[in-house]
Each structure stands twice: as C-alpha cells, then as structure tokens.
Design a protein around this ligand. Structure first.
Ligand SMILES: [Zn+2]
Length: 121
C-alpha cells in the first residue's frame, strides 16, 4: 500500500487554510452608515469579487475534504472513473485529483461530462 502520509499532511494544511479563510470572511461587516454613495458602490464591487473567491475556496475545501475522506476509507489514489491507480506525480501536483490522467483527458474532451473539473489536467 502506498504511503500517503505526506499528502495527507498537505491536505490537512490546505483544509485548515481554506476554512480559516472562509471563516474570516464571515466576520460581521462594518456599519455602512458613514459611507458616501461612491464609496458604497466601490465596496459593493469589492465584495462581489470577494464572493467569487469565496466560492472557489469553498469548492476547493470540498475537494480537500473529499480527498481526506477517501484517504480514511483507503480509496485514495484510485481513479473514480476507471479504478486504476493515479500516478504519484499527479497526486503530488494535485492531491485532490479523483481521476487518472487518461480519464481526466477524456473528461476534458467531453465538456458535458458532469465530473469535468477545469483544475484537472
Ligand atoms: Zn481513470
């Protein structure tokens, strides 16, 4: 059995980093009363951008959590699609990859596939 302890550490670090980031963003907002209209508009735009980043972080956190669950279940490192072992180089580059390189490539060819993930390569 392959030793994934280094990858597990990476995933746990990532999990902490992402949940810290998401929690920090949930801090109560400052009162808006003192802001002029222009400033409010600018702030609104900034928060739109931030929400986009939060979505990305939340999505990544899901992937990290899933990878950790697969590690605990001894399912980690196997392709979700064909069941072959995912190369260790690929896992090091992308610890939460769930598809082997072959399946990821065919997923990219088929954008309709539900499992398609632009982060896979
Ligand atoms: Zn595969």
């Amino acid at each position: 059995m392959t030793d994934y302890s280094a990858i597990k550490t990476t995933l746990l670090d990532k999990q902490k980093e992402l949940s810290d980031r998401l929690q920090a963003d949930q801090a109560p907002e400052e009162p808006k009363d003192e802001l002029g209209l222009d400033e409010s508009a600018q702030r609104w735009e900034a928060s739109e951008i931030k929400n986009g980043l939060d979505d990305e972080a939340a999505q990544e956190l899901n992937q990290v959590n899933e990878a950790l669950a697969r590690l605990d279940a001894d399912e980690y490192g196997y392709c979700k699609s064909c069941g072959n072992q995912i190369g260790s180089a690929r896992l090091e580059a992308m610890p939460f990859a769930t598809l082997c390189i072959d399946c990821a490539e065919s997923a990219e060819d088929n954008a309709d596939l539900e499992a398609f993930d632009p982060n896979e390569y």
